[in-house]
Design a binder for this molecule. Structure first.
Ligand code: UDP
Length: 488
């Protein structure tokens, strides 16, 4: 099954992301005493059960996107709790990621590039993963628990099982609709997923009907309130960072502003963002609407731009930031360049007065934590956060904004519907394609800061209750107990 080049198996480069242990105490300021005791007890039980066996996360990019965000945090807290948790990243090539992105899009109910997922695609997918499996083999011991993330790594299941590992497949994508397109995505992955001991979905509705209910778990994602992305910073600090990177009018600070790295050390923000922009940057008091997302067609950045630009009686001082990673910054996302270019073409076509209020922002990805500090500053500075995705597995950008007490306007799709209660902790758009409704919601929140504040305060409490790492780690601990009955 391994492919051979000149008689030799081609070795793939497996990247091990070094994750520093994060003590559970970092969560103390954010959760009740009861929750602190609960998670400490679960950590102790998990350590005993695992008895030295490792929990190994495998995915396809070390940075950019929700999966990298989650693995970074959970792996760190698990290590902090004394669990041998690791993070490995597979290597793919353009063709491989084109196929896996197609599967990803299909699972969201979208045709993506419209190409097929047939035997030729399966052969290439299996070949690249077999090459990765050969490089992974020395790092996995019998009894280890391997968590495979998303379609890109699902096909590693047979090799990991053959090596004696327990295999959990975790899906971060999915659609409540189970139409032909979605089925094509599942059919492609079915042979691998069916072998896994357990599959995790962000919502129960996402699980394909052919999976045994006993092999399905539902676990919502979470955000890390102590990370560079979500740490508390003042409004003044956020503005300094925005001036430094070139997003706010005014002279840059005399010295680069600092953020706190996850190891506790202070570090300067030095890199500037790449901008597609013309006219003045917002002044400190001008209200900013922002959407933060990968440059992915399903995030509909162009739709947000049209909704903002076409808003009736748009407040004259309002600006829109559409923010994504620099193109090429996310290894497993081949569509970014095309999506950004299409968005920039739409931006050029806007009438002058509208174009001057819209800024396309690409944030450098070469330092994950510095990128996170910039995203944090943008989210905290924004008056309104939008997430007008056409489909969304969960939507960590929504959780991040809720945690920051922001009023979020988001389409009522996928995991977003489980996060925001419409009119209570944000605004849900019933139809993601209704640009006028999106524009009206933006206007309402821009003109009514008291409403934005009320929604934001409720959003923060909802995020605290449901979407912090202790709840997530508890669910992992329970799952490990279930997958290792002999250890119980
Ligand atoms: N993100 C980032 N830099 C960017 C754009 C996005 O760090 O320039 C992060 C964002 O803050 C969030 C994650 O990428 O943590 C996106 O996760 P989400 O679940 O919203 O969507 P996904 O990218 O997984 O589809």
């Amino acid at each position: 099954m391994l492919s051979r080049l000149n008689g030799r198996v081609r070795a793939r480069n497996i990247e091990e992301v070094r994750v520093a242990p994060r003590p559970l105490d970092l969560l103390t300021p954010f959760i009740s005493e009861e929750r602190q005791h609960h998670i400490a007890a679960a950590a102790e039980a998990a350590r005993r059960m695992l008895d030295g066996r490792a929990v190994i996360n495998i995915n396809s990019t070390a940075r950019g996107g929700g999966v990298a965000e989650l693995v970074q945090a959970l792996c760190g807290y698990a290590r902090g709790a004394g669990v041998d948790s690791r993070w490995l990243v597979i290597e793919g090539d353009e063709e491989f990621f084109r196929i896996t992105k197609r599967a990803h899009n299909n699972l969201h109910g979208e045709p993506g590039d419209g190409g097929p997922l047939r035997e030729a695609e399966r052969a290439l997918y299996e070949r690249v993963l077999a090459e990765n499996a050969a490089s992974l083999a020395p790092r996995i011991r019998p009894g280890d628990i391997v968590i495979l993330h998303d379609p890109q790594t699902a096909g590693l299941a047979p090799a990991m099982l053959a090596g004696g590992a327990r295999v959990i497949w975790r899906s971060h994508v999915g659609s409540e609709r189970h139409d032909e397109v979605v089925r094509a995505g599942w059919d492609f992955l079915r042979p691998y997923i069916q072998m896994a001991d357990v599959s995790i979905f962000s919502l129960a509705e996402y699980a394909p009907e052919w999976l045994e209910p006993a092999a399905v778990r539902v676990i919502n994602p979470s955000i890390d309130p102590a990370s560079a992305k979500s740490q508390d910073i003042s409004g003044a600090d956020a503005r300094q960072i925005l001036r430094q990177v070139g997003l706010l009018d005014g002279p840059p600070p005399a010295r680069p502003p600092l953020f706190r790295r996850e190891d506790g050390s202070p570090s300067p923000v030095t890199r500037r963002v790449e901008l597609v922009s013309e006219g003045d940057l917002p002044r400190a008091a001008d209200p900013v609407v922002a959407q933060i997302a990968r440059w992915d067609a399903l995030k509909d950045m162009a739709g947000v731009m049209r909704a903002f630009a076409g808003m009736e009686s748009r407040p004259r001082d309002a600006h829109l930031f559409l923010v994504g990673p620099t193109v090429g910054g996310v290894a497993d996302d081949p569509e970014a360049g095309r999506v950004l270019a299409a968005c920039a073409a739409g931006w050029r076509a806007l009438p002058d007065e509208q174009r001057r209020r819209v800024h396309l922002v690409s944030v450098p990805m070469d330092d994950r934590e510095e990128n996170a500090a910039v995203i944090n500053a943008i989210q905290r500075h924004a008056a309104v956060i939008v997430q007008k995705s056409l489909a969304e597995g969960f939507g960590l950008t929504v959780t991040e904004a809720m945690w920051k007490g922001k009023a979020v306007i988001a389409s009522g799709v996928g995991g977003i519907r489980h996060q925001i209660i419409d009119g209570e902790s944000g605004i849900l758009l019933p139809d993601a394609a209704d640009l006028a409704a999106c524009g009206r919601a933006m206007r309402e929140l821009l003109l009514n800061p008291a409403l934005a504040e009320r929604l934001g305060a409720a959003a923060r409490e909802r995020a605290r209750h449901n979407f912090l790492p202790d709840r997530h780690l508890l669910q992992y601990a329970e799952l490990i107990l279930d997958t290792m009955p002999e250890a119980a």
